[in-house]
Ligand binder design. Structure first.
Ligand SMILES: [Fe+2]
Length: 266
């Protein structure tokens, strides 16, 4: 198996600079740092990361650029995230394989190789913790607003198959929140109902009850306003297989959203 691990990762903007992380998000930082060690121990060849803040309108994008480099200022929160330099190698060959697998499955997946493209903070923030040395190649994936959860799940299945059959040691990261009906005030927890749904969804993942998680996601994503409409979770469910063992590494709220670090190892 060359998909060594799948990961649900947080990217809340206040985590971009570690010195600014509030107490109630410290467990997220701890969790990501533990995963950094694991990614290193696994001698990971490639990280494939889908971000809720890379919103393809009609297509699922795959950034196959061989060298990613840029200075990122968040368009949503330029006061919090400004002038963040990043530079990571890419993996054009594996990126192209992902594109082909998506197209072959009848999914509108488009690859692009454009050194002027600037990454979003949902991609950059977790990578600052997970691979601070910036030496592991990265393939950045979008979500797609025109895609249903079912289509995104099928795209996740295609991604998982390519990664499993790859000769490379790969990690799939789904970068996004659980419930996400945002309110002003970073310290606010999700509502009790949202927390109940988050907990149930996490429980399904922890017990590898993936069919139940998938069924729940249809309503949960709407009622709890799950980030990106739940698309990053649908893709994660497509990538996962029931024998992958789940572990929980941290939770933190951010402005009424729920954020968790979960890993799934084959
Ligand atoms: Fe986000």
């Amino acid at each position: 198996m060359a998909l060594n691990m799948a990961l649900l990762a947080a990217h809340v903007p206040s985590m971009c600079h570690e010195a600014n992380v509030p107490d109630f998000q410290q467990d997220l930082v701890k969790g990501l740092k533990l995963m950094k060690e694991r990614i290193r121990e696994m001698e990971t060849d490639v990280i494939v990361l889908m971000s809720c803040h890379f919103p393809g309108t009609f297509h699922h994008y795959v950034d196959v650029t061989p060298q990613h480099r840029g200075v990122m200022t968040s368009v949503e929160a330029p006061d919090l995230i400004s002038g963040v330099y990043y530079e990571y190698p890419g993996d054009q060959a594996l990126g192209n394989e992902l594109v082909k697998a998506g197209v072959d499955a009848g999914i509108p997946v488009v690859g692009f190789n454009d050194p002027t493209y600037i990454w979003d903070y949902g991609t950059v923030v977790p990578l600052r913790y997970l691979n601070p040395e910036a030496d592991i190649p990265v393939i950045s994936l979008s979500v797609c607003w025109a895609a249903s959860l079912e289509e995104t799940y099928q795209w996740g299945r295609a991604i998982g198959k390519v990664l499993r059959e790859s000769g490379k040691r790969t990690i799939f990261i789904s970068s996004g929140a659980l419930s996400h009906n945002l309110v002003r005030g970073r310290h606010h927890m999700p509502s009790r109902s949202e927390q109940a749904m988050d907990n149930q969804f996490i429980e399904y993942l922890m017990k590898s009850e993936l069919k139940d998680a998938r069924e729940m996601l249809n309503q949960y994503s709407r009622i709890a306003g799950v980030e990106s409409g739940g698309r990053h979770l649908a893709a994660l469910l497509g990538v996962l297989q029931p024998e992958q063992k789940a572990e929980f590494w941290g939770y933190g709220q951010s402005s009424g959203s729920a954020n968790a670090i979960l890993s799934f190892i084959s």
